[in-house]
Design a protein around this ligand. Structure first.
Ligand SMILES: [Fe+2]
Length: 255
């Protein structure tokens, strides 16, 4: 599965609020269309997203922005502005405090995953380094992958949660354990591999983890969906792999 093109301008934007340095930030979440050479039969669109660290604009309801994104995507689908969405691929970091007073706060994102799952048939996710998930509170059609793979709707997907760092910090894996998890996630050569961690890309501005890139450079072909570090240019190739960075954006993948 390969991304052939990504539109340079977003087709849609959703305003939201987030924590800033000492004051609330007001932002727009961009929604992009990407074209792929392959989707399984019966699948018209897959949505990939990550790093929805904020709250909806309405301060009275003040829901996590991912919950509002789920509603927004459903509305876009119902208006015929995007094809029917079969699957959400969530690459993690979906939390911001209700008070919007801490950059990079860690918290419970179970509601966000459940909101995706109540609006769309399938959710596959990896957790970010700021995510806490109540596994018992997740609804049925959500799969979280960590050093594992699955095949859903004839699409094979591997996934690794968290980032490299000092264990036992929250959602951190030592470089060795991250590599082991990647090997396990990619053992069956999945068409898509999800990770929260960003591999270092081709351009200087495509910042990320060098050791993950070195691993991908000698890996079998896969489409990597990553988050965590923001790239202006959201696509790159590493060896036979392609990396789509969905940090702070929503990408609707369609044929
Ligand atoms: Fe992150």
């Amino acid at each position: 599965m390969k991304i052939i093109s990504v539109e340079t301008s977003p087709f849609h934007e959703m305003p939201y609020r987030s924590s800033g340095r000492g004051e609330t930030r007001y932002n727009n979440l961009p929604f992009f269309i990407a074209k792929t050479d392959f989707l399984p039969d019966g699948v018209d669109a897959i949505v990939a997203l990550a790093d929805l660290q904020g709250r909806e604009n309405d301060a009275t309801t003040n829901r996590l922005m991912g919950v509002a994104v789920a509603d927004e995507l459903k509305t876009l689908e119902e208006l015929g502005l995007i094809p029917r969405v079969s699957m959400i691929l969530s690459a993690g970091d979906l939390y911001d405090r209700p008070e919007l007073n801490k950059l990079g706060a860690t918290g419970d994102v179970t509601d966000v995953l459940n909101a995706f799952a109540s609006n769309f048939p399938i959710v596959v996710a990896v957790n970010g380094n700021h995510d806490i998930v109540d596994a018992k509170g997740l609804v049925e059609n959500i799969t979280i992958l960590d050093g594992a793979s699955t095949t859903i709707e004839h699409l094979s997907i591997g996934g690794v949660c968290g980032i490299t760092g000092k264990e036992p910090r929250h959602q951190r894996k030592s470089p060795e354990n991250f590599r082991k998890a990647l090997i396990a996630a990619m053992a069956k050569s999945p068409l898509v591999t999800m990770m929260h961690q960003t591999p270092k890309g081709e351009l200087d501005t495509q910042i990320g983890d060098e050791s993950t890139s070195e691993f991908l450079a000698s890996s079998r072909k896969t489409l990597v969906i990553a988050g965590h570090c923001h790239w202006q240019d959201l696509l790159c190739s590493i060896g036979d792999c392609q990396v789509l960075n969905v940090d702070s954006r929503v990408v609707v993948i369609t044929k």
